[in-house]
Design a protein around this ligand. Structure first.
Ligand code: SIN
Length: 385
């Protein structure tokens, strides 16, 4: 698919006085929603590359993080400021990108990823559906630049909520842009290359760092410092790169237990808190969280979702009050098998991913037993077969 080469003006909305056609198309798409009375967000375009009509088209949402980080020292990889460099500078640091694709960019945020919140990810999911999934979309793929600390959360959210075959690629960096051997430029080039690759279609959201491609539902940050931090320990990578050419180990497929949600009519995500269990776990934090506004709670349990005996009455009281409690595993690996009653089991979702799925379940109006079915039924079906 190609952006048309017509130039249009978009007075007042962009720094650039004359914009390529993609902007007009994107804005039209995002303001029109036949199925919903909820107002959909409009893309605030902050960067457009020159248009080469022989190239595919990518949209980049820039959110900050180390990939946009800056330090006074080129050896400093820990004490730098994340989310400083804007999208234009990010793209211009890698001129090769413009040999691969046209780019329309939006600076959605510019912050450390710890500050990326429910409002921002919901907005990005809505924009992504408007841009990628509309009939006659001229956008081949979406790239989100993101801090690595919560990158897996945004990627998983997009995996559950972008409802078409176009690729969503979430990319970050472990070294700030000012570091010797900064990894951001190569990661960004690889991310846009994947995003416009026909082989990347129908694989859901992906995470690209360090020459590897991971599926978002399975991939997590596993190390605070190293470049090879993003891994899916059990499931492995789905692909990688050779000389910047993406390759996939298998034909397109989706995670077995993935659930999909339509965010069109969701206006906010409810508060869901995560508590970690340990020896002496003080489960009095459960009613404290509910008092502070939590509509659901995930417990990162020990092992396969175990918690202290002291926690049980608090869990039962919360369930009786209609607050779903999901038991996940703080090991971040393996599964918490279906329980059928009591607290809801997370299956293969780690605590932060369980939280996002529970937020979406609550936001779409699911009740306790529906939520249990969402988390437990597919795995239960496998175990009973
Ligand atoms: C952040 O997550 O924003 C900081 C850390 C990083 O991007 O690697």
């Amino acid at each position: 698919m190609k952006f048309t080469s017509t130039l249009v003006a978009a007075a007042g909305l962009l720094a650039s006085p004359a914009l390529a056609a993609p902007y007009a198309q994107l804005q039209t798409r995002n303001t029109t929603s036949s199925s919903s009375t909820v107002e959909q967000p409009v893309l605030n375009v902050t960067y457009t590359s020159p248009v080469n009509s022989s190239l595919p088209n990518v949209v980049i949402f820039a959110t900050g993080g180390t990939i946009a980080g800056s330090s006074a020292s080129n050896t400093d990889t820990t004490k730098y400021t994340a989310g400083v460099v804007g999208i234009e500078a990010l793209v211009q640091a890698v001129p090769n990108i413009l040999n691969v694709t046209n780019v329309v960019g939006s600076q959605v945020a510019n912050t450390g990823s710890v500050n990326i919140n429910s409002t921002i990810i919901l907005r990005m999911a809505k924009l992504a559906n408007g841009i990628l999934c509309a009939e006659n979309s001229t956008t081949d793929g979406l790239v989100i630049t993101h801090g690595t600390d919560t990158l897996e959360e945004t990627a998983f959210f997009m995996d559950m909520t972008v409802n078409c075959k176009s690729p969503v690629v979430v990319v970050g960096a472990m070294r700030p842009s000012t570091a010797i051997s900064a990894d951001g430029p190569a990661n960004l080039l690889e991310a846009v290359t994947v995003a416009v690759s026909p082989a990347a279609r129908n694989r859901g959201a992906m995470i690209v760092l360090n020459d590897r491609i991971g599926q978002a539902t399975y991939t997590s940050k596993t190390n605070a410092n190293s470049l090879d931090t993003f891994q899916a320990i059990e499931q492995g990578y789905i692909g990688g790169f050779l000389s910047n050419k993406p390759f996939f180990y298998y034909p397109a497929s989706q995670p077995t237990f993935k659930n999909k949600f339509d965010v069109t009519n969701i206006t906010e995500l409810p508060q869901v808190d995560v508590l970690i269990s340990y020896q002496n776990f003080d489960a009095a934090l459960i009613p404290a969280a509910v008092k502070a506004g939590a509509k659901g709670i995930v417990i990162g349990g020990t092992g396969a979702g175990s918690t202290t005996d002291v926690a049980q009455p608090y869990i039962e009281a919360a369930l009786a009050a209609g607050i779903p409690i999901v038991l996940s595993s703080k090991t971040n690996g393996g599964a918490v098998p279906p329980s059928g009653s009591g607290a809801i089991s997370s299956g293969f979702l780690n605590p932060v991913k369980s939280r996002l799925q529970l937020q979406l379940a609550l936001a779409t109006g699911m009740g306790m037993e529906e939520i249990r079915g969402l988390f437990e039924d597919k795995l239960a079906g496998y175990l009973e077969a």
